[in-house]
Design a protein around this ligand. Structure first.
Ligand code: NDP
Length: 399
């Protein structure tokens, strides 16, 4: 019998929903590269319901308890006396989502003597100290592809919102105004602009495909080149350095994982190489950017806008400068946790647990760390090390 601790975000302030805006979700067969969607033996939830919050429990309770395991679900994860810290001692598996991450620091991993696996219900396992997981033989797995397209849609939405100045214009309506000049004094067409993605993995490539019909010029930076057929189809320009991409792009979007090589890649020095008035969209990880350098670039006009949904740490204290800087379109971390995405990553988490308990291999594409080293997708996209330092700041958030 295993103890599983699952850290999820709180239910809505209005209570767990009894009804939903829509009755069903479109049925998807496969992801764009042919990878199959999660294939658990079964699920105990209705797709389209809220699974990522505490009462949703990722739909796991019936499966785990009927197999004799103990499931603890909590949103209490930061600061002294958190439920996570209390329950860690004898936990075998910790599950959390990047939106409300259980920061699995070296200290926590050291203390959790029975810990065998950390599952990211979503994509992006930077909230776990991967070096410590390797050192302690803990497996780290995530549900690759489950919300990549969800995030790409958010990037497309934020690109148009910033360039066309949508959010301030909507505010004028709410305020009862008809201030056309105020709205359009910062509004442009996307058509003809140069748009570049840092990383052309699952999200980055999808972003390029979604924006291609807007007749933009597309660029990408990645350590590996995309197939020639794709480069030709989208008329892509490949860059080998960040500066080469940012020098020519009007819109830059970050779509790489956070790991020691990418931490703070956007800083005062790299921002100085952006075109003046560029837009920066970051739905990858907050720590890819130096927080104060981004705020300063918006103040000075070096950036015309910044949007995304990722912060560091999460949840973010009220005095974080990105809450108050000009010309931003930030949301809490939501792009990868639409109800559609939740159904996929809840099923993927169940698949990973079934494999673990039945002694079957976890899909290569879900693995980040296994057997003391980076494995699967982790070996391709991450570098060894730790990106969790400073996460204790999350305790300053007051809900
Ligand atoms: P993929 O693994 O498909 O893509 C990641 C890409 O990043 C790979 O192509 C990898 O390229 C590239 N990369 C890694 N390091 C570098 C580097 N130093 N410079 C340039 N490129 C690099 O993952 P996804 O596209 O699905 O997701 C990407 C990230 O987006 C996740 O790791 C996560 O942090 C974030 N995310 C955010 C979500 C949200 O809700 N906001 C939800 C899902 C993901 P290479 O080929 O060079 O190894």
């Amino acid at each position: 019998m295993a103890k599983i601790v699952c850290v999820l975000y709180d239910d809505p302030v209005t209570g767990y929903p009894k009804t939903y805006a829509r009755d069903d979700l479109p049925v998807l067969e496969r992801y764009p590269d042919g990878q199959t969607l999660p294939t658990p033996h079964g699920i105990d939830f209705r797709p389209g319901t809220l699974l990522g919050s505490v009462s949703g429990e990722l739909g796991l309770r019936k499966y785990l308890e009927s197999n004799g395991h103990e499931l603890v679900v909590t949103s209490s994860k930061d600061g002294t006396g958190s439920v996570l810290d209390r329950e860690l001692e004898d936990a075998e598996i910790v599950i959390s989502q990047p939106f409300w991450p259980a920061y699995m620091t070296a200290e926590r991993i050291r203390r959790a003597k029975k810990l065998k696996m950390i599952v990211t219900a979503g994509i992006g396992s930077d909230h776990t100290d991967l070096q410590a997981a390797m050192d302690h033989g803990v497996t780290v797995a995530e549900v690759t592809y489950c919300n990549s397209n969800s995030v790409a849609e958010h990037v497309a939405m934020m690109t148009l919102s910033l360039v066309r100045n949508y959010l301030p214009s909507h505010q004028w309506v709410l305020k009862g105004g008809w201030n056309i000049a105020d709205c359009v004094a910062r509004s442009y067409d996307l058509e003809g602009m140069h748009v570049g993605t840092v990383a052309a993995g699952r999200i980055g490539l999808r972003v390029l495909r979604l924006l291609n019909p807007f007749d933009v010029k597309l660029h990408y930076l990645d350590r590996y080149r995309l197939p020639e057929t794709v480069e030709r189809e989208l008329n892509l320009t490949h860059h080998t350095s960040l500066d080469s991409l940012t020098r020519v792009c009007d819109v830059v979007t970050l779509n790489c994982p956070l790991h020691p090589e990418t931490e703070h890649m956007i800083n005062a020095k790299s921002l100085a190489n952006f075109k003046r008035g560029a837009y920066l969209i970051n739905t990858a990880r907050g720590k890819l950017c130096d927080r104060d350098a981004v705020a300063a670039a918006l103040e000075s006009g070096q950036l015309a806008g910044y949007a995304g949904d990722v912060w560091f740490p999460q949840p973010t204290p009220a005095d974080h400068p990105w809450r108050h800087m000009p010309h931003h379109g930030m949301t809490p971390h939501i792009s990868g946790t639409s109800l559609s995405a939740q159904a996929r990553y809840a099923a993927g988490t169940r698949e990973i647990l079934e494999c673990y308990f039945e002694g079957r291999p976890i899909r290569e594409e879900y693995l980040i760390v296994q057997g003391g080293r980076l494995a699967g997708v982790g070996a391709h996209s991450y570098s060894a090390g730790n990106a969790t330092s400073g996460s204790e700041e999350a305790a300053r958030f007051k809900g």
